[in-house]
Design a binder for this molecule. Structure first.
Ligand code: HEM
Length: 464
């Protein structure tokens, strides 16, 4: 008993000193809250999985106790957690002036030092321009739309004789195949594509594992997988350098002809786009299907929109014009982003002491703007837990809607993810009746995943 008490005191002392230190240096106007346990603070409670269409017990409890903005100790740092809409957009809009992107040290080794999420200032601007150039090339190329349509049709054709598919697996394969095609111009059957797919899955596992750099751990395997992906990508770039064209037709042409980039940055931008674009889009597909499975009226209305489009097109592939016609589909996707919360929060750090709306954020503290809390706040959305795509008809709610972040780091791939999802829905709804299971929900780990991988029962409507 005595030993336990002694251990408790020893563990608590640093916390008490930290508390006294911050209390002295930063008096009453640092938002209220608790710094939790020594070293880990409240990180484990903060990361406890919960349904992604809820804010979870930790945030619920803290908002009730301290209000929409509170202090805590998370990811090894004193932190301000914010569900205040104005503060969140203030933080995102003041990137590099008052705040900077600040992902935990553990992911640095995995992402590599030239990753867009880690670099700042001019280097960030330069690499970000390349990503924007990629998305612009995609959106302006009929081939991009044709490829999505083709890959989605092939995926659905492979379901022809099946009664059930695990959507998580199918959506991941589809979105990674599409990214590899769009970025590296490789078809899924190319040997390098399957090598990248395999290494990428190992890479993703490590990304969400404990950062223990010992032989055999998921983290070490991920760092090694990253090295292998880099060397595969490097050799693809070398091959393309030999046959470099004047015309900038695809992403490889763009990065190879961009003389401001060194080779390491070229490889890194490829990894960034794969990493940021593939899993997010696959989750978007899954959450839309999940919410549709629970909303028969929405599903019916959505199906009518796609039947109308198909009537006009006969059997031809979908294109940009068709996408523009999918107005209700876009509302459905928007609503799934709001309810499903693919990215729960982003990591930022204060560059100097900041005073905003009576809150004081000390220099060097982490700041976590929580998008989920804004999306599910009844003062921003009527009946916020209801999946209601009609709420978006004729509405612009930019300030309260931030599934793609904001400011200098606003997601450059948002449209691409939405287009892939819309085309997927088109072919799913016209070719299959489907049913989800009640017990499988999107969980925020905080990355969103389904415990059972979202199995869906399917029944073909007509021969594909
Ligand atoms: C479809 C679902 C998607 C969601 C919900 C999503 C969400 C986000 C969010 C919240 C950020 C901001 C991160 C931060 O501020 O720290 C971000 C950044 C980024 N996203 Fe996306 N994203 C999606 C799809 C994509 C796609 C398809 C691509 C690429 C083709 C992409 C590429 C990127 C890149 C490169 C960044 C870093 C931007 C920068 O630091 O300047 N994303 N995304």
């Amino acid at each position: 008993m005595f030993e336990l008490l002694l251990l408790f005191l020893l563990l608590s002392l640093p916390c008490v000193f930290l508390g006294l230190f911050f209390a002295k240096k930063h008096p009453e106007n640092v938002p209220p809250g608790s710094m939790g346990w020594p070293l880990v603070g409240e990180t484990l409670m903060f990361l406890k999985p919960h349904k992604s269409n809820s804010i979870g017990t930790f945030l619920q409890d803290h908002f009730t106790r301290y209000g929409k903005v509170f202090k805590s100790h998370l990811f090894g740092s004193p932190t301000i957690v914010s569900a205040d809409c104005d503060l969140n957009s203030f933080v995102l809009q003041n990137e590099e002036k008052l705040f900077k992107c600040s992902y935990p040290k553990a992911v640095h080794e995995i992402l590599g030092k030239s990753s867009m999420l880690l670099v700042e200032g001019d280097v960030h601007k330069r690499l970000r321009n390349v990503a924007i150039c990629f998305t612009n090339i995609c959106k302006s190329s009929p081939k991009y739309f044709y490829d999505i349509d083709k890959h989605v049709r092939e995926t659905m054709a492979s379901w022809k004789n099946r009664k059930e598919v695990i959507l998580n697996k199918e959506a991941k394969k589809l979105t990674l195949d599409l990214m590899v095609k769009q970025i590296l111009d490789l078809e899924p059957e190319h040997p390098s594509a399957s090598r990248i797919l395999e290494d990428f899955l190992t890479f993703m596992k490590g990304f969400i594992s404990l950062p223990i750099y010992l032989p055999g751990t998921s983290y070490t395997k991920a760092v090694k997988a990253r090295e292998r992906i880099c060397s595969t990508v490097k050799s693809i770039l070398e091959e393309r350098k030999v046959g470099l064209r004047d015309e900038k037709i695809d992403y490889l042409d763009v990065i190879l002809s961009n003389e401001s980039l060194i080779d390491e940055e070229r490889v890194s931008t490829v990894l960034d786009l794969l990493l940021a674009g593939y899993d997010t889009t696959s989750v978007l597909i899954q959450i839309v299907v999940y919410f549709l499975g629970q909303s028969p009226k929405v599903l019916e209305h959505l199906k009518e929109e796609h039947q109308e489009i198909r009537k006009r097109k006969d059997t031809g592939p979908l294109n940009l014009e068709d996408y523009k016609q999918m107005e209700f589909t876009q509302n459905v996707i928007q609503e799934a982003l709001r309810c499903g919360n693919i990215v729960k929060f982003v990591h930022r750090r204060a560059l100097k002491d900041v005073y905003y709306k009576g809150y004081f954020i000390p220099s060097g503290w982490k700041v976590l703007p929580i998008a989920t809390a804004i999306h599910l706040d009844p003062s921003n959305y009527t009946d916020p837990l209801k999946f209601n795509p009609w709420r978006w008809t004729g509405q612009e709610k930019e300030k309260t809607f931030a599934p793609f972040g904001g400011g200098l780091r606003l997601c450059p791939g948002a449209d691409l993810g939405k287009i892939e999802t819309a085309f997927f829905l088109h072919h799913l709804l016209l070719n299959f009746r489907f049913q989800t299971y009640d017990e499988d929900h999107p969980l925020a780990y905080p990355f969103v995943d389904f415990k059972r991988g979202l199995p869906i029962k399917i029944e073909p409507i007509e021969t594909i």
